[in-house]
Structures are given as structure tokens and as C-alpha cells.
Design a protein around this ligand. Structure first.
Ligand code: ADP
Length: 261
């Protein structure tokens, strides 16, 4: 492969086809299998092998790719019940989740970013960014610290609220799992406070912030077991983990399945 060859990212495909990230990722994997792209550093960057063909194929397959777009699908396992809280592990795009509140794995600036943060902002529209700016002007002038959470409206999402929390960034030496656990519990505290009965979580910290699927699943699990043990969040009936990858889904299922509710 030549140095300096152009790179196509998932976000580009999302934008030009107007599809969500899961669909764009699937489309790119298919094109890679057809030899039109070569996977580069990680799953979301592909080097363009033959650019004219790539654009032609994207164009040709646009409607098929769009049709493939689906709401989150249920993973094989894991619909777990405690006394009143149902916990489900799903695989798919969290922006399509049909819940009262979606949790966003934001960064401290709250002004949008990549990964799930970017997807949520794109789906929610500019009203969300405006609300985040307002939060920065008022409640969190220096940004939202890791482990804490703040709520805004959901803009164009089905969800009424977005709860923004910031995972600890392992790459910046923030390696305390208690902070990651706190992301889940602060978000549930806030969800209960705004009156949400159903909440969807992504794998906070499990992307660019560098936590392993097991770390994330165990932090989520500890947060819920501890909080429920203390009698918190009784109003929340439905907690969904809407995860992007099979590995993440299966680890969450293992961690939550072995539980005694
Ligand atoms: P962090 O910075 O907290 O690590 P990221 O956004 O980089 O957050 O990743 C968190 C997790 O969210 C990763 O597992 C990533 O694959 C996943 N993710 C990215 N987009 C979506 C989406 N649209 N729906 C659900 N999960 C997503």
C-alpha cells in the first residue's frame, strides 16, 4: 500500500448516504470483502484501494444500504429482571433506541465528538449542541468532570432526554474503575431525577477512551447491583445496553447473565 493513499472513514459514508453508523460500517465491511477497500488502523478507517469504483459502488448500492438500516436488534441472551428493573442487552445503534433517556458517552467539553457522541448529536440535531453550550455557560463552565452526568433534552431523538456523562480516559492516565462505575450510577441518578422510566446506555469508555469490554460491563454491573442494593432507582423499569459490537454484547451478556437477581 502506498503512503498517503486516501482514507475513507465511516462518518463519510454516513454523511453521503444519510445512514447510521452501524449501516455505514456494514457497507464498508462489504466493500472491503469485495476488494474495493483495505482495512487500515482499526475498524472505522479504510484505505481506498480504487476510489472511482468505490464511489460508483456506494452510489449503486445506496438504496440497498439504506434499506438495511434497522433499529437495534435484540441479542440472543440477557433479559434479566430484578424486582422491578428489567435489564436488556441489545446490539445496534443507540440513537434508534425507544426509551425515555439515552446516555451519551460525551467528552468533558460537551461540545460533541466522535463515536457514539457524534452519532447522538447528528441524530438529535443542532438543538442538542445548543443545550450543551448552555450547560457549559451555566453549570459546567470548566467542562463536565469524568464520572459525573448532566441532562439535556433529546432534540430530534425519540428519547425525551439525553444524559451526558464523561468516561475516564485511560490514555490520559485516568485508570480508576470507580470513576467508570460512577458514570453509570450518576446517569441513573439523573434519569430517576428527571422521571425517566427507561434508559439506554452505550459502552461508556469502551471506545476511544480505551477500557476493555469486560471493564465496562463490570463497571455497569457493579453500579447497578450497588445502587439497587441501596434501594435506588426504583422508578426505572427498563435499562438497556445498546452496544455496537458482538464482542461487547457477548461480554455484557456474560457479566449480567451470571448474576443473582
Ligand atoms: P468513549 O470515548 O467513552 O470510549 P466512544 O464513543 O469512543 O466513547 O465509544 C463508546 C462505545 O460506543 C464503543 O463501544 C463504540 O463502538 C460504541 N458506539 C459508537 N457509536 C455507537 C452507536 N451509534 N450506538 C451504540 N454504540 C455506539
Amino acid at each position: 500500500m502506498e503512503v498517503g493513499q486516501p482514507v475513507v472513514k465511516v462518518g463519510f459514508v454516513e454523511r453521503i448516504l444519510g445512514v447510521n453508523q452501524v449501516t455505514a460500517q456494514r457497507a464498508l465491511s462489504t466493500l472491503a470483502k469485495r476488494g474495493l477497500l483495505v482495512e487500515s488502523s482499526g475498524r472505522s478507517r479504510y484505505r481506498i484501494w480504487r476510489q472511482p469504483e468505490l464511489l460508483a459502488v456506494l452510489d449503486e448500492y445506496a438504496s440497498t444500504i439504506r434499506r438495511a438500516e434497522q433499529p437495534p436488534r435484540r441479542a440472543n441472551v440477557s433479559s434479566l429482571h430484578s424486582e422491578s428493573m428489567k435489564i436488556t442487552v441489545l446490539e445496534g445503534d443507540i440513537t434508534a433506541a425507544d426509551v425515555d433517556a439515552i446516555v451519551n458517552a460525551a467528552n468533558s467539553s460537551l461540545l460533541g465528538g466522535g463515536g457514539v457522541d457524534g452519532a447522538i448529536h447528528r441524530a438529535a440535531g443542532p438543538a442538542l449542541l445548543e443545550e450543551c453550550r448552555e450547560v457549559r455557560r451555566t453549570k459546567h463552565v470548566r467542562g463536565l468532570p469524568p464520572g459525573e452526568a448532566v441532562a439535556t433534552g433529546g432534540g430530534n431523538l425519540k428519547a425525551e432526554w439525553v444524559i451526558h456523562t464523561v468516561g475516564p480516559n485511560r490514555h490520559q492516565g485516568q485508570t480508576d474503575p470507580a470513576i467508570l462505575e460512577s458514570c453509570f450510577s450518576s446517569s441513573l441518578d439523573l434519569a430517576a431525577e428527571v422521571g425517566a422510566r427507561s434508559v439506554a446506555f452505550p459502552a461508556i469508555g469502551g471506545g476511544v477512551y480505551g477500557w476493555s469490554p469486560r471493564d465496562v460491563a463490570e463497571a455497569a454491573h457493579r453500579a447497578i447491583v450497588t445502587g439497587r442494593g441501596e434501594g435506588r432507582w426504583e422508578e426505572i423499569e427498563d435499562v438497556q445496553f445498546v452496544l455496537f459490537h458482538e464482542t461487547m454484547t457477548s461480554v455484557f451478556c456474560q457479566v449480567f447473565d451470571h448474576d443473582q437477581w
